[in-house]
Design a protein around this ligand. Structure first.
Ligand code: ADP
Ligand code: MG
Length: 313
């Protein structure tokens, strides 16, 4: 007698096998194999997103899938890595519909093609709680060339890609707390843009993506070098230039823009690269010796911020 296969085998075969790339063995084995491209070193990162924390229960499944991949791709981008493959862990309620899984897989497929990455394997379980999704993303760099958090030096410029605070504003727009007639901000919350190809150790000394709030994440970058920073709030590029929302933009999470520490002599190379990629980079401050992050307002006065950013606990 052939024992019946668990239902998740069919789900995996129907929805995820078509996404499997080289080394995934069609998702028929217990593990995958992965060879780094010649003369490259692998870069590995993991990020989870949870219903009710990073996305809303009724968000479209294709956008949830794309956000899941993109929050991981932004970590690879911050490290100067080229995307290669990913593993997917899905913990969903029993009875999650075929239609939901199909749309979710279609979202993955879309972004796999956009960002040239393929599925290597994963795990599927049921959960009594909210939907929980984890991606482990694997990229590659030249050996020893991964851009670290540590590396800032006194006098370095602090740069950001794109606009800061859109994720936090987008969540508030979805909740009806601010006007977003064209849906731009909600779109920025639901579908972050990984800035792949920007960070290069030739001109970026240290970098990370902004996931928990600019001020808090800048604190991590500077602390890693035993230094601090001064930020000019008026230079921080925001989509809604309203003083009422400034603190939200400075401390809100979910942007996935890049925060970079750049040698002042290499600024032109960073700007040229951003120009080729078609988005803005802006210098918002300077690394200095004094520990902590000082945010100055238009009058040069230090702003008192209630917190630096998002905390899960
Ligand atoms: P096990 O019983 O050992 O946990 P699984 O049934 O979880 O094995 O996995 C069987 C195969 O399906 C493996 O190749 C695994 O990588 C793949 N797989 C399971 N879940 C997923 C998923 N969510 N995404 C991609 N591949 C998956
Ligand atoms: Mg498993």
């Amino acid at each position: 007698m052939i024992p019946p296969a668990p239902a998740e085998f069919g789900l995996i075969a129907r929805h995820f096998r078509p996404l499997a790339g080289p080394g995934a063995l069609d998702l028929l084995d217990d593990a995958a194999t992965l060879s780094p491209p010649p003369d490259r070193e692998l870069v590995v990162t993991v990020d989870a997103i949870v219903e009710g924390v990073h996305f809303l229960p009724d968000d479209p499944p294709d956008l949830i899938a794309r956000k899941l991949l993109r929050v991981n791709l932004s970590d690879l981008a911050a490290k100067g890595a080229v995307p290669l493959a990913y593993l997917l862990t899905l913990s969903a309620r029993r009875g999650t519909s075929e239609a939901w899984l199909e749309a979710f897989a279609a979202g993955l497929r879309h972004d796999q093609e956009c960002f040239n990455i393929s599925l290597l394997g994963g795990d599927t379980t049921s959960t009594p709680g909210p939907l929980s999704l984890t991606v482990t993303a694997i990229g590659h760099v030249a050996p020893g060339a991964m851009v670290r958090r540590a590396g800032a030096r006194i006098g370095d410029g602090i740069w950001v890609s794109g606009t800061v605070g859109d994720g936090a504003l987008g969540l508030r727009a979805i909740r009806g707390e601010l006007d977003d007639r064209d849906g731009f901000l909600a779109g920025r919350y639901r579908l972050p843009q990984p800035r792949l190809g920007l960070v290069d150790p030739a001109f970026v000394r240290a970098a990370m993506d902004v996931s928990d709030g600019l001020v808090q994440d800048l604190g991590h970058l500077c602390r890693a070098a035993g230094l601090g920073a001064t930020v000019w709030a008026t230079r921080v590029p925001v989509s809604v230039p309203d003083p009422h929302w400034l603190e939200t933009c400075l401390t809100g999470g979910d942007d996935y823009e890049l925060l970079m520490i750049v040698d002042p002599l290499r600024e032109a190379a960073l700007q040229a690269r951003a120009g080729e990629l078609g988005f803005a980079v802006t210098r918002i401050g300077t690394v200095d010796e004094e520990a902590g992050i000082r945010v100055l307002d238009a009058a040069g006065q230090r702003m008192a911020l209630a917190s630096g950013g998002w905390s899960h606990f």
